[in-house]
Design a protein around this ligand. Structure first.
Ligand code: FE2
Length: 268
């Protein structure tokens, strides 16, 4: 395999995992040195992060253009309990049969920067199945689709900001960022506030995943504490007898402990 010849063209890249990992290490070392020199800790991903090859041509290169939102965008969507059925948070009952895989419950709270619960928020998730396959025509790698698992669900947070999903633990899957690139297992989350302009998208990971160190999306967040906040905690109090294992993951919308949020077009 030859060295990467054109880093700006993801289709042409032939970077090896070793090259990607070396670039991640170098960037993180630079960040550590900046912290030691007194620079403020980062909480968000680097938009311009070379190891994330497939983002190089689609990340913003100019400052955001601030425009006044249309009036409709300031009060829609306004989801309520009547719009989202409680059963929509159970991804294992959407078909006639049981999906294959490890049944899990993912629960947590949506909080603001002061630790106050954020009630009545629409939380949407989407994910790969237990074989690492999405129900999407762009995902054609040789892993089986599960006819009993679509991989999408939604819920409205309760009075204490709480949410809970029952689903199947997703598997890692390959992507085309570089040769032999694999994403750690993850669940995509979308949160709507009270209007379209507040939508935020992020990813939740599972503890101890050996792919963390190799993944340029996860590692585009240079700060270890900020990365750790994307990893759920195994929680035996959520685990239920002979039924499902449980994970806890809180989402902080604002402040220095906020959960990393990606650009909306992110799809990996
Ligand atoms: Fe994904």
């Amino acid at each position: 395999m030859s060295a990467n010849t054109n880093a700006l063209d993801p289709a042409a890249t032939t970077a090896t995992q070793e090259e990607i990992s070396a670039e991640i290490s170098s960037t993180h070392e630079d960040y550590r040195q900046q912290l030691l020199a007194g620079k403020k800790a980062e909480t968000q991903p680097r938009v311009d992060f070379a190891p994330y090859r497939s983002s190089l041509l689609r990340h913003p290169t100019k400052n955001l253009h601030h425009a006044d939102p249309e009036t409709i965008e300031l009060y829609s969507p306004a989801f309520g309990q009547r719009d989202v059925h409680a059963l929509e948070s159970d991804l294992t009952i959407q078909h006639n049969g049981e999906p294959i895989g490890e049944r899990i419950v993912v629960s947590g709270r949506v909080l603001d920067g002061d630790g106050r619960p954020v009630a009545g928020q629409l939380v949407e998730i989407w994910q790969a199945n237990a074989a690492g396959r999405y129900v999407h025509k762009r995902d054609q790698h040789p892993a089986p689709i599960d006819p009993n698992f679509t991989g999408v669900g939604r819920a409205i947070t309760g009075a204490n900001g709480e949410y809970s999903f029952t689903t199947i633990k997703p598997a890692p899957y390959p992507w085309k960022n570089h040769h032999n690139a694999w994403r750690p297992a993850h669940i995509h989350f979308s949160l709507f506030g009270t209007d379209f302009t507040q939508r935020m998208i992020t990813q939740m990971y599972f503890p101890g995943d050996p792919l963390f160190a190799l993944d340029p999306i996860y590692q585009s967040i240079t700060d270890q504490d900020a990365r750790d906040r994307l990893v759920a905690t195994y929680d035996h109090s959520i685990t239920s007898h002979e039924w499902a294992t449980g994970y806890n993951w809180d989402i902080v919308l604002t402040g220095s402990n906020r959960t990393w949020m990606e650009e909306e077009e992110g799809e990996h």
